[in-house]
Design a protein around this ligand. Structure first.
Ligand SMILES: Cc1cc2nc3c(=O)[nH]c(=O)nc-3n(C[C@H](O)[C@H](O)[C@H](O)COP(=O)(O)O)c2cc1C
Ligand SMILES: [Fe+2]
Ligand SMILES: [Fe+2]
Length: 394
């Protein structure tokens, strides 16, 4: 398999994972890519590697450009194994002493993953490494999204190798932003909502630091998805917007599961009530919508209304799953309410409300319960509940 030249003497030697559909619990319905980059200079440099099972694909791509044994330096921008899994085999193949440059935290984390047999070398924030005609400069980007994450900036070519930042889980025929256009943005947003939401305050700081450095950037090469060469500023500006965590003022989501459609009927009535008051509202059934898609929708919603039937005195498992996932993402600036159908003890709506309140969301209504199948009066109460939530959103 041949490497793709992305700039003069710079190649993408990464792998496309067309078939991955579950990436540690994130639904990757378009697959993903593990981008890795080869720079041909006096010192031949490999930036990041791939998931272990794609080692051969990467080696083949490298071999289409040069003899892999000629690689002088490896840069590891991020320890997570989708980018470092191939490291031991690559190092074994090209020479055990090949230096692997990483951040200070990277030294600790890579050693914890792979032991001390690899020649890891820590670089300081801002440190430079000459490759001959070109220079790489490293910037610590802690917690975007691991403690060891860093960016590598190729000064002469004005290329930022940004690791997981600005990436998207997307495998397609396109390689660059100009080839796909706006269609890539929902994937970038899903990535941000699911992986970076909780770090938004830190990313905001990093973007400020990056702006302050005034680095001219002609291309951003993340480790997943398409490369930004037509308009790299666009994704940086969009990240800055996302970091503000400002909801769309009129957007509400009604998120639920249901065993016998009663909680579902409640959800539909609540949506109707919200819509009647001018909100953009929609139901999302957790059995049919993946938690990572629900979170992507919830990311910029102003209000989330979460419903669960009572099951064995507790929450329905998919709702518990969703609430656990959402809590970890540290949602902010949102209103919330809880509801659900029950039969006899009816604990679920209160439990949902407690969890949402525990996330520091503003509870705008007491939990709403309907016994068994909602009758006309039950439906009315849900519709009015939706209308009142909409009033609170205004
Ligand atoms: C396996 C099972 C366990 C249940 N456990 C409880 C319970 O502990 N307390 C309760 O109030 N209702 C319980 N119910 C009754 C449901 O909450 C009730 O049927 C409700 O209307 C279901 O709403 P749904 O159609 O949205 O699933 C249980 C129902 C099932 C099928
Ligand atoms: Fe990662
Ligand atoms: Fe990654």
């Amino acid at each position: 398999m041949k490497a793709l030249q992305i700039a003069e003497g710079i190649y993408d030697v990464g792998a496309t994972d067309w078939n991955v559909r579950d990436f540690h619990g994130y639904s990757t319905d378009k697959g993903s890519t593990y981008n890795a980059f080869l720079i041909i200079d006096e010192k031949i440099t490999l930036i990041d590697t791939v998931k272990e099972e794609f080692t051969e694909q990467m080696m083949e791509k490298i071999a289409s450009v040069i003899d892999p044994k000629k690689i002088d330096y490896i840069i590891s921008n991020h320890t997570e194994m989708d980018h470092s899994g191939a490291l031991p085999r690559v190092v074994h193949r090209i020479g055990k002493d090949t230096p692997v440059y990483c951040s200070k935290m990277g030294l600790k984390n890579l050693s914890a993953h792979f032991g001390n047999k690899i020649n890891f070398r820590a670089v300081a924030d801002g440190e430079e490494l000459s490759l001959g005609k070109r220079t790489l400069q490293f910037f610590e980007t802690r917690m975007i999204h691991w403690p060891d994450s860093m960016f590598s900036y190729l000064k002469e070519d004005k290329i930022l190798f940004s690791s997981d930042a600005f990436g998207q889980h997307y495998a397609g025929p396109e390689h660059f932003d100009d080839q796909i256009g706006e269609a890539i943005m929902p994937h970038a947003k899903k990535y941000f909502a699911n992986i970076l939401w909780l770090f938004a305050p830190m990313i905001k700081g990093l973007l400020t630091k990056l702006n302050g450095l005034n680095l001219p950037i002609e291309m951003i090469c993340p480790d997943h998805g398409i490369l930004w060469r037509d308009n790299p500023a666009k994704i940086v500006e969009t990240y800055a917007e996302w970091c503000e965590l400002q909801p769309q003022q009129n957007k509400a989501l009604v998120i639920y599961d249901s065993m016998w459609h009663s909680t579902e009927a409640m959800a539909d009535e609540i949506v109707a009530g919200l819509t009647a008051e001018g909100m953009v509202a929609k139901p999302m059934n957790l059995r049919h919508c993946h938690r990572s898609d629900v979170v992507t929708e919830a990311f910029d919603a102003k209000a989330i209304v979460v419903g669960s039937p009572t099951l064995n005195n507790g929450l329905f498992p998919t709702v518990a799953d969703f609430l656990t996932y959402l809590k970890g993402l540290k949602p902010k600036n949102k209103q919330a309410a809880a509801f659900g159908s029950y039969g006899w003890s009816g604990e679920a709506p209160k439990l949902v409300a407690e969890q949402l309140a525990g996330m520091d969301l503003e509870m705008v209504e007491d939990p709403l319960r309907v016994q068994y199948v909602p009758d006309q009066e039950g439906c009315e109460s849900c519709y009015e509940f939706g209308r009142r939530i909409a009033q609170a959103m205004k």
